[in-house]
Design a binder for this molecule. Structure first.
Ligand SMILES: Cc1ncc(COP(=O)(O)O)c(C=O)c1O
Length: 287
């Protein structure tokens, strides 16, 4: 079990893996990235993740240094070198080195980095007992740009949201937009079950279009569960029968408290359980 780093296509020992302090990913968070988990040793939805990486790069005008298929091959090389049973895969693309000033045109060679580490899933009790989350009100400035929905390195809102959430003993922050609607988690998408209908905020709400979110909606629809994409207020989430979050690393985690108030009777709900099982089965078979 080990960590493996690939920089611009070359394997580098993890303790030797360095990038320049002039790299704009370091200076400004001027980068895009993906976080991918494996199941059965194979990356889950790798193609969808790399498609989103390409889209994110386009949105922030970072040219792809190599085709996505080459990055996929480099991910495979990193995974087989690691020998991990299950891995957490980070794929990053930065604008590369530039002058200290902000002007993006001073950077000419995008840098690509793949980091593979042993996968650490959340503790079992998160799945069995659910987690508490805290709301974090913002104006979501990224939503006012053409880069809405891009997975960019600058995670300021999420970092501040998680800082506040951890101070309150919560495991995740629920980000609210300027109108008080729940948009998504700090690093997750959010779902509610209301009268048997699965509800999640739409992509138009300025969310990161989660790969897991899309897969869960597909699985739910195939199972005959009605799905609706619309934003809900905190009060509506609190009144829901179930709430859960999704992400590639955590898959599906039930939420049982919002700002300390029990939701869904304070217990994980049946739809979250059913979707987690179905998602894991799908990932084992199809990844
Ligand atoms: C802001 C945000 N929303 C949603 C997600 C979930 O996306 P995915 O299912 O593609 O992991 C993430 C994942 O890191 C995220 O950072």
């Amino acid at each position: 079990m080990k960590s493996v780093v690939v920089i611009d296509g070359r394997l580098v020992a993890d303790d030797q893996a360095c990038v320049s302090v002039f790299d704009r990913g370091f200076l400004y968070g001027d980068s895009v990235f993906e976080a991918i988990a494996t199941r059965g040793g194979r990356p889950v939805d790798l193609q969808a993740h790399l498609a989103r990486l390409v889209r994110s790069a386009e949105q922030v005008h970072i040219p792809m240094p190599v085709p996505w298929t080459r990055i996929a091959a480099e991910v495979d090389m990193a995974l087989s070198t690691s020998g991990n049973a299950e891995s957490n895969i980070r794929v990053m693309l930065t604008r590369g080195q530039g002058a200290l000033g902000l002007d993006p045109s001073s950077a000419h060679s995008p840098l690509r980095v793949i980091i593979v580490t042993p996968l650490q899933r959340p503790p079992r009790e998160f799945y069995e007992q659910g987690i508490g989350v805290s709301t974090y009100r913002t104006q979501r400035t990224a939503d006012a740009t053409d880069a809405v929905g891009a997975k960019v390195g600058n995670y300021l809102v999420a970092v501040l949201g998680m800082h506040a959430a951890r101070a309150q003993g919560s495991e995740e922050a629920l980000v609210l937009d300027g109108k008080g609607h729940v948009v998504e988690g700090a690093t997750s998408n959010v779902f509610a079950v209301r009268g048997g209908v699965l509800v999640t905020p739409p992509v138009e709400a300025g969310i990161l279009p989660g790969i897991t979110r899309a897969r869960l909606l597909e699985i739910a629809r195939a199972q005959g569960i009605a799905c609706e994409e619309k934003t809900l207020t905190v009060a509506e989430f609190l009144a829901a029968d179930e709430v859960f979050i999704s992400s590639s690393i955590r898959e599906v985690v039930p939420v049982v408290r919002i700002d300390g108030t029990p939701v869904g009777g304070g217990q994980p709900g049946p739809i979250a359980r059913r979707l987690l099982t179905a998602y894991q089965q799908w990932a084992e078979n199809k990844a």
